[in-house]
Write a protein that binds this ligand. Structure first.
Ligand code: COA
Length: 166
């Protein structure tokens, strides 16, 4: 599996992976489904494509990582996500945030770590000082992030902020 930059031609495949791996499966209509995609992936592909990387298998793309380099400046996410401001005081130390998803077939084989390192290299080129993600305190992926040096943890309202200084 190799990591490369995202191209526009990958958009449909990334959308498939997004819905394949999403824990949410029920939507009242197509508009609600599309808006869910837009908030958690489409927005990043449209606005921060240079911070998106894909994991390419022998036949097709098997995963992606996307990121916003400065969480504080993203007015769209403040509007769309009620919890977006919950950790706002930490955005100065950890300005970027990420989303990552691998198909079931690719999970547990180390591809996630390669995507994290590609993104971090890109953020460092732009002098970014830190990165975070938000998960649940009991989520299985917590050990993956700890192993990848997201070791500064803050828990609020049953959400877990995990940060890494760069
Ligand atoms: C989390 C994820 C990016 C890790 O990448 P990876 O290449 O599979 O990770 P590695 O092989 O380096 O490490 C394995 C660790 O990844 C995590 N992981 C693996 N499969 C997972 C899954 N289906 N769901 C959640 N975490 C998973 C676990 O922490 C696992 O450690 P464990 O086996 O001790 O529980 C990837 O498994 C994935 O996309 N999972 C599903 C979606 C997800 O949880 N995305 C993150 C949302 S915040």
């Amino acid at each position: 599996m190799i990591v490369r930059k995202y191209h526009l031609k990958d958009r449909q495949r990334l959308k498939e992976i997004f819905f394949e791996t999403s824990t949410r499966v029920n939507f009242s209509n197509e508009c609600e489904r599309e808006s869910f995609f837009q908030i958690y992936l489409g927005h990043y592909l449209d606005n921060y494509f240079e911070y998106t990387f894909v994991l390419e298998g022998s036949e097709r793309v098997l995963g992606y990582i996307c990121a916003c380099p400065n969480s504080y400046k993203d007015s769209y996410l403040y509007e769309e996500l009620s919890h977006y401001g919950l950790f706002e005081d930490l955005y100065t130390l950890y300005p970027a945030h990420l989303h990552i998803n691998l198909t079931q077939q690719a999970q547990g084989k180390g591809g996630g770590g390669k995507l994290i390192e590609a993104l971090i290299t890109e953020l460092q080129k732009h002098q970014c000082q830190g990165i975070h993600l938000i998960t649940a305190p009991t989520a299985r992926n917590r050990s993956f992030y700890l192993k990848n040096y997201f070791q500064d943890e803050y828990e609020r309202q049953k959400k877990l902020f995990m940060g890494r200084r760069l």
